[in-house]
Design a binder for this molecule. Structure first.
Ligand SMILES: NC(=O)c1ccc[n+]([C@@H]2O[C@H](COP(=O)([O-])OP(=O)(O)OC[C@H]3O[C@@H](n4cnc5c(N)ncnc54)[C@H](OP(=O)(O)O)[C@@H]3O)[C@@H](O)[C@H]2O)c1
Length: 274
C-alpha cells in the first residue's frame, strides 16, 4: 500500500479478509491521534487527515507498526474540493465503514478585554463548521447507496450552553451537534449510523489554550476509549465525563442570569474593558 501525502492519492489495497475502513480528520494530534492509535490494527485501513505532513508521518508510523494500512493526506478541511476528491478516491478503494470528523480549532477571548478578533471568529467558523460539513457531505451518498456506514461528528460539551469565554467556538459546536442529530434522524432509514461526540476537557494543544480551570480533564487516550465504546454501541450523543455532561445540561435549562453568574465564579467569563 502506498502512502501519499497529497489529495487525489493513488491507493492500493493489499488486505484480504475482514476489513474495516476508517477515516479520521485531525489525526495528527490530540484526540484524533489517540483515536488513530486505538483503531490501528491488522485488517484496518486508515485514512488520516491533518495539515501537518510531519505530524501525520509520526502517527502513520505508529499505526503501521500496530499492523494497520495507512494513507495520510495533508489537506486543510476548509478546502472543499481537495477534501472531497480525496475522500471519494479513498472511498472508491476502501468503502468507508467509519468516518470521524474530528479536526477542529478553538477561539478564546483574549485577556486584554478586546473581544474575539474577526480573524479568530472566521477561522473557527470555517474549520469547525465548513470543515465538518466538507468532511461529512461527500460520503453521505456513497454510504446511502451501500446502505452501510457510520459517521461521527466531534462536537463538545460546549454545545450544550454558550460560554462567554468562547462564543464563536461554542456556536460552532452547537451547529455540529445539531447537524449530527438531524443527519442521524435522516440517515437511519438508509442504515447509516450517525453519532455526535461531546467531550469535556481533554488534554491537547487545543485545550492548552484555555487557561481557566479545566474541570475533570482527561487524557486523549482516555477520551478515545470512551468514544470508541460509544461508537460501538451506536450512541446518538457520546458526551462525557458524566458529571460535567450533567452540569452542562443543567446549565442549559437554568435562567441566564444564574448561569452567567456561575461562569463568572468559574472565571469562564470574558474580561470586560468598560
Ligand atoms: N481538547 C478538548 O478539551 C476538546 C473538548 C471538546 C471537544 N474537542 C474537539 O475535539 C476535536 C479535536 O481537538 P483536540 O483537542 O484533539 O485538538 P488538537 O490537539 O489541537 O488537534 C486538532 C487536530 O485538528 C487538525 N486541524 C486543525 N485545523 C485543521 C484544518 N484546517 N484542516 C485539517 N486539519 C486541521 C490538527 O491538524 P494539524 O495540527 O496537522 O493542523 C490536529 O490534528 C476538535 O474538534 C475539538 O473542538 C476538544
Amino acid at each position: 500500500m502506498r502512502n501519499e501525502n497529497h489529495s487525489g492519492a493513488s491507493i492500493g489495497c493489499v488486505i484480504n479478509g475482514a476489513i474495516m475502513n476508517i477515516i479520521i480528520t485531525g489525526a495528527s494530534a490530540g484526540i484524533g491521534f489517540a483515536l488513530a492509535k486505538l483503531y490501528a490494527k491488522q485488517g484496518v485501513n486508515l485514512g488520516l487527515i491533518g495539515r501537518s505532513s510531519e505530524k501525520l508521518a509520526i502517527i502513520s508510523a505508529i499505526c503501521r507498526e500496530q499492523g494497520a494500512q495507512v494513507v495520510t493526506a495533508a489537506i486543510d478541511v476548509t478546502d472543499t474540493e481537495a477534501l472531497k476528491n480525496w475522500l471519494l478516491a479513498f472511498d472508491a478503494q476502501f468503502p468507508v465503514d467509519l468516518l470521524i470528523a474530528n479536526a477542529g480549532v478553538t477561539s478564546i477571548m483574549p485577556d486584554d478585554g478586546a473581544g474575539e478578533s474577526w480573524a479568530a471568529v472566521s477561522q473557527v467558523l470555517d474549520v469547525n463548521i465548513y470543515g465538518v460539513f466538507n468532511t461529512v457531505y461527500p460520503l453521505i451518498e456513497p454510504m446511502r447507496q451501500r446502505q452501510k456506514g457510520q459517521i461521527a461528528l466531534v462536537s463538545s460539551l460546549a454545545a450544550f450552553r454558550g460560554m462567554p469565554i468562547s462564543p464563536a467556538y461554542c456556536a460552532t459546536k452547537a451547529a455540529v451537534k445539531s447537524y449530527g442529530e438531524a443527519l442521524r434522524g435522516w440517515l437511519q432509514q438508509d442504515n447509516v449510523q450517525v453519532n455526535v461526540i461531546c467531550p469535556g476537557f481533554v488534554k491537547s494543544q487545543l485545550s492548552d489554550q484555555f487557561t481557566q480551570p479545566k474541570i475533570l480533564i482527561m487524557s486523549a487516550e482516555q477520551a478515545a476509549k470512551i468514544i470508541q465504546r460509544g461508537l460501538e454501541k451506536n450512541n446518538a450523543v457520546i458526551s462525557f465525563p458524566f458529571p460535567l455532561d450533567l452540569g452542562m445540561k443543567i446549565l442549559g435549562i437554568l435562567p441566564a442570569w444564574f448561569v452567567n453568574w456561575i461562569f463568572t465564579v468559574l472565571n469562564y467569563s470574558a474580561k470586560n474593558t468598560v
